[in-house]
Design a protein around this ligand. Structure first.
Ligand SMILES: [Fe+2]
Length: 260
């Protein structure tokens, strides 16, 4: 079976790319399931209930999040009520929402999607390795195919998590840096991985933000209100082929599509 994973959707350009391209892309690729990281869809920072619903309506079966989960109002009650929009597992134990979604793909295969955050350069109360094994065991008990969105900054941490889970899940997909890495591979134990799936949004930018604004903040140290850039929009992510009989991957290919 084939899964399409769409990397961090950034601001209105990213959302428009999803709305115009994801339904057709699912069909062209023959993907039975689409997972979308949506944590930057609200002007580059966070997500709102309305935008989460729009991603789901555009063909996302599951929406994953990250460090900007709480940046916008209304997400606590929304996440508590949603079984398709998930947040990282290693937030505070009292945080609303859930880190695991179990959904039926178009071919009838049950797929579990988990979301976790790295601890290098990100502010998490609990390290990912503290919660990883239990989360994956629960996912495996509920679905033959398990996919992990590991939202993290450092390639070393992403590679360590991918290798630790090798043979236990179909894929560990890195997100958060917005720069697609050239290391998509199926590991020796059969788990596909990529350090970062990239960004769906305006690439004529500094990781999605209007370059002038990002540079001004870095040069002066003075807070600047960021705006999403507009140009060079690409849909990025990966296409994953996996075998429901083994729960392992057979192939992973990066996805990079010019949208305008
Ligand atoms: Fe992020």
């Amino acid at each position: 079976m084939r899964i399409v994973f769409v990397a961090d959707v950034f601001g209105p350009p990213g959302r428009e790319a999803i709305e115009s391209r994801l339904p057709g892309l699912r069909e062209e690729l023959g993907a039975a399931l689409a997972v979308v990281n949506g944590e930057n869809v609200a002007d580059g920072r966070g997500i709102t209930p309305r935008l989460a619903d729009r991603l789901l309506a555009s063909g996302a079966d599951v929406v994953t999040l990250g460090n900007h989960t709480w940046a916008r109002d209304g997400m606590g009650p929304y996440l508590d009520a949603s079984d398709r929009v998930i947040r990282p597992a290693n937030l505070a134990s009292s945080a609303p929402g859930r880190p695991l979604a179990v959904v039926e793909a178009a071919d009838g295969t049950m797929v579990a999607v988990c979301n976790l955050m790295g601890q290098l350069f990100l502010d998490v109360p609990v390290g990912p390795f503290e919660v990883l094994d239990r989360l994956v065991e629960e996912a495996r008990s509920r679905a033959p195919v398990v996919l992990v969105d590991f939202h993290a900054e450092a390639t070393s941490e992403k590679m360590a998590v991918a290798r630790w889970l090798d043979g236990r899940v179909a894929a560990v997909i890195g997100t958060h840096t917005h720069v697609q890495t050239a290391d998509a591979r199926v590991q020796p134990g059969g788990t596909a991985t990529i350090s970062d799936a990239g960004m769906t949004g305006p690439h004529d930018s500094v990781i999605g933000v209007e370059a002038d604004l990002a540079i001004r903040r870095m040069r002066t140290g003075i807070p600047v209100r960021f705006k999403p850039a507009k140009g060079g929009v690409r849909l990025e992510g990966v296409v994953l082929d996996c075998d429901p009989a083994t729960g392992l991957a057979t192939a992973i290919e990066p996805l990079k599509i010019d949208v305008g």
